[in-house]
Ligand binder design. Structure first.
Ligand code: XUL
Ligand code: CO
Length: 439
């Protein structure tokens, strides 16, 4: 079998290692709470960035050759599979995620595209059997081709809606065949530029119709995993319908989709929505719809989706804090929806950026566990809400107290400002530092 990368398998060498091609914190086989770290973190390789992204941006062409030495599209698709499985093996990554068109490009007709995609899927199935690697989730790329310029499920054209439905049907079949435990809807162009040409009510109804069809079909062919919506507030459209987790929750509940859908939360999308990554995870968790994560980070000075590899350990810590509180991953995992910078153009940079991201999450996982074991944050929060455990607080929660009872209580109590205690934000932030830096 041809080797695509001259770098060998990345070993775990521990924090004192200075070998750039070694993990310092991610020890895939380290047993934590009865299972190996790789099963806690469930890292996934993103087919689009890693196997296809060549650094092309609005101002210039690609800087990395991702042709995998094949000019023929069918041969290239197969070469990509071989290269991806080599990467997953060498980086101890157990999962991958794809868009249909990342695996196999569009050909001259839908029938031909489907037929060629099936061949790649058959090859993936064989490679999975040989290696034990797994599909985390699949999705359909319903935002790239010009036919989707006005949206897919939200297109003003019913023909385009039907085409998208056909594409999603095939992508679902591929996901099921490959044993994927998730299917993602990221609303690529499901949004609008101006209300002067948009019937928002119809577009949202149609988006829900398409999702409902996907659920019905997916369940009918044996898909038992989770459907996800991946919220994002803007880019490519000015106003994306799946703005953030709270918005998506309202949508799912309105259309009765909340039993089948969970969230795929992406760090850079959270910050584009002016939220922290942790906020989005917490909204998902506290509403019972936490599913999976697109791991990356944005740049505080840039207002777009830079999809950088995550290296900020405060962020990965607070992310894993939420994941642990959510009970860990079930069907979901940590998909690196991330790309090396355009200037980080060598094959080595693929390894170095994954190592950086995986180590940052291993550190974050350990730090989050330590933060929870330390208990100071949790007990501070519990104490802060102690008034809800007894007396009038308990009566409100149990439904015993009505407005009249509360009025009587407030009149008898008089001024209550003295019932408040300090929020102690700075102290809590320093506790996080204390836990993080005494690892
Ligand atoms: C785009 C994005 C997508 C989705 C899958 O911002 O995050 O790659 O993750 O369609
Ligand atoms: Co994403």
């Amino acid at each position: 079998m041809k080797e695509y990368f001259s770098i060998g398998k990345i070993p775990f060498e521990g924090k004192d290692s200075t070998n750039q091609f070694a993990f310092k914190y991610y020890n895939p086989d380290e047993i934590i709470d009865g299972k190996p770290m790789r099963e806690h973190l469930k890292f996934a390789l993103s087919w689009w960035h890693t196997m296809g992204g060549d650094g092309t941006d609005m101002f210039g062409c690609g800087t990395t050759d991702k042709t995998w030495a094949e000019s023929d599209p069918e041969k290239r698709a197969i070469a990509k599979v071989d290269a991806a499985f080599e990467l997953m093996d060498k980086l101890s990554i157990d999962y991958y995620c794809f868009h249909d068109r990342d695996l196999s490009p569009e050909y001259s007709s839908l029938a031909e595209s489907n037929e060629k995609l099936e061949k790649v899927v058959a090859y993936l199935e064989q490679k999975q059997k040989e290696t034990g690697k797994k599909l985390l989730w699949g999705t359909a790329k319903c935002f790239d081709h010009p036919r989707y310029m006005h949206g897919a499920g939200t297109s003003p054209s019913a023909d385009v809606f039907a085409y998208a439905a056909a594409q999603i049907k095939k992508a679902l079949e591929a996901t099921v065949r490959l044993g994927g435990t998730g299917y993602v809807f990221w609303g690529g162009r499901e949004g609008y530029e101006t209300l002067l040409n948009t019937d928002m009510g119809l577009e949202l109804d149609n988006m829900a119709r398409l999702m409902k069809m996907a659920v019905e079909y997916g369940r009918s062919i044996g898909f038992t995993g989770d459907f996800y919506i991946e919220p994002k507030p803007k880019e490519p459209t000015k106003h994306q319908y799946d703005f953030d987790t709270a918005t998506v929750l309202g949508f799912l509940r309105k259309y009765g989709l909340d039993k089948d859908f969970k969230m795929n939360i992406e760090a850079n999308h959270a910050t584009l929505a002016q939220h922290t990554f942790q906020h989005e995870l917490n909204v998902a968790r506290t509403n019972g719809v936490f599913g999976s994560i697109d791991a990356n980070q944005g740049d505080v000075l840039l207002g777009w989706d830079t999809d950088q590899f995550p290296t900020n350990v405060y962020e990965t810590t607070m992310c894993m804090f939420e994941v642990i509180k959510a009970g860990g991953f079930t069907n979901g995992g940590l998909n690196f929806d991330a790309k090396a910078r355009r200037g980080s153009f060598t094959m080595e940079d693929i390894f170095l950026s994954y190592i950086a991201g995986m180590d940052a999450f291993a550190l974050g996982f350990k730090a989050a566990r330590k933060l929870i074991a330390d208990g100071r944050i949790d007990s501070f929060i519990a104490d802060r809400y102690a008034s809800w455990k007894t007396g009038i607080g308990a009566d409100i929660i149990s439904g015993k107290a009505d407005l009249a009872a509360l009025e009587a209580y407030a009149l008898s109590k008089g001024e209550v400002v003295d019932s408040l205690t300090s929020g102690r934000q700075e102290m809590l932030e320093s506790i996080v530092n204390n836990v993080l830096f005494s690892l």
